[in-house]
Design a binder for this molecule. Structure first.
Ligand code: UDP
Length: 406
């Protein structure tokens, strides 16, 4: 099958950690690679955000990246791209109609890419699939209105749910959210993303441990909603353990980070400063060794659309205590591969930590079950197979292309 992936602001060629590059860049890169592996012909369309980029670049994993000239050839934040969507969509339609390669299906990532895909599809009749990644309505509920992007975002997301042929959802929580928004359940396909099991695996080097101290690891960007303050507040319940916090700016820039300073001040006032280590951001290649060094991963966000870090830890054979939100509520099976606790509840988190760190057998059985769950449910190969089946139903049902150009 010929698959067009549209990821307007998140190029699969950008390294995570580069300015503006994060989970979506990685997701698109790994999915494009898995679909290529499964025998599909994949082109990824992303905005040309630098004048030096060539029109096409072959990715090492066998797919092609196309740089679409829409808007200024410099980096523009994802939510400021709305004025350039029409240009992006028109360019796609022209290219698909006149340059000898028309996709069987277009899979868009994030709402702005969804708009571009629908725009192109109106002129080409290429069936469209959308993965939202994050929803404005969820962000607004948890972060307040100013953070969610342009005022029309929620309305566009609602309309997109009906305009595209299929919505790929990542968690049961997202299904419920979209149903509340009026997206028909019959349009949705629940296909969770995968985790890279070549990078995240139980064998391999582990970061050095502090003798005599159980290690709690927690990973993520230095933002309040990731729940690091709650982890620090839970630490008095586990007096022997150390807590390693990975993420945020590189170590030398941490002192300038307002949230990191707030976290250190809280650790001081809770009397646990000697047991909290802020490492700053570490390169992705080193993440596996940090997971493998830990007795437990805590993922305590207030909300989490998908949540890669619990899956990465599970793939490394590390049990997870997570908050019962978003994608984590699906990936962690409470009492089987880890424990789920309510968000923003340091007391419940402390109790769960004390119980798990004091019970070696439970940690071992959780870790074994977690690994099984990752291997059976969260491989990129499985994700590519399931998406291939979703695309297949749309291609079969696709309307014939119009005979004349419009
Ligand atoms: N990560 C990393 N270095 C760090 C901290 C995080 O490479 O110092 C990676 C982590 O391994 C995971 C991603 O960043 O792949 C974070 O994904 P998640 O879904 O947990 O959170 P997001 O940042 O997308 O909200």
């Amino acid at each position: 099958m010929r698959i067009a992936m549209i990821s307007e602001h998140a190029s699969p060629l950008a390294a995570p950690g580069e300015e503006g590059a994060g989970g979506q860049n990685l997701h698109v890169a790994e999915l494009a690679a898995a679909l290529t592996d499964a025998g599909h012909e994949v082109r990824v369309y992303t905005r040309r955000d630098s004048p030096t980029l060539p029109e096409t670049v072959p990715a090492a994993d066998g797919y092609q990246v196309w740089h679409v000239p829409a808007g200024p050839a410099r980096r523009v934040p994802a939510d400021d791209l709305l004025p350039h969507i029409g240009e992006f969509g028109s360019w796609l339609a022209d290219t698909w109609r006149h340059r000898g390669w028309t996709p069987d299906v277009a899979h868009a990532h994030y709402w702005t890419s969804g708009l571009a895909a629908v725009h192109a599809s109106r002129r080409t009749r290429v069936p469209t699939v959308l993965t939202y990644h994050t929803l404005g309505s969820v962000k607004r509920r948890h972060q307040g209105a100013p953070d969610i992007g342009p005022p029309g975002r929620v309305g566009y997301e609602r309309a997109l749910g009906r305009a595209v042929d299929r919505v790929v959802v990542q968690s049961t929580d997202e299904v419920a959210e979209l149903v509340r928004m009026g997206v028909p359940r019959s349009r949705m396909a629940l296909v969770p993303a995968g985790v890279n099991q070549a990078v995240f695996r139980p064998d391999g080097p582990a970061a050095p441990r502090t003798p005599g101290r159980p290690r709690i690891l927690t990973v993520g960007r230095m933002v309040e909603r990731k729940g690091f303050l709650d982890v620090v507040r839970a630490l008095p319940a586990v007096p022997d353990a150390e807590c390693v916090v990975v993420g945020g700016p590189p170590a030398d820039l941490l002192p300038a980070d307002a949230f990191a300073r707030r976290l250190s001040a809280l650790a001081e006032s809770c009397g646990v400063a000697d047991r909290v280590r802020l490492l700053g951001g570490v390169p992705r290649e080193e993440m596996g060794s940090w997971y493998r060094s830990a007795d437990v991963l805590v993922a305590a966000p207030w909300y989490e659309p998908f949540g890669l870090t619990p899956l990465e830890a599970m793939a490394c054979g590390v049990p997870v205590i997570g908050t019962d939100v978003g994608g984590i509520a699906d990936s962690v099976v409470d009492g089987l591969t880890g424990d789920l606790v309510p968000p923003r509840d340091p007391r419940a988190l402390g109790t769960a930590l004390r119980r798990l760190l004091g019970d070696h057998v439970r940690r071992f059985t959780y870790a074994t079950a977690a690994l099984d769950r990752i291997r059976s449910r969260y491989s990129w190969r499985r994700c590519a197979e399931q998406l291939g089946a979703v695309y297949g139903t749309l291609v079969t049902a696709a309307r014939p292309a119009p005979a004349v150009a419009c």
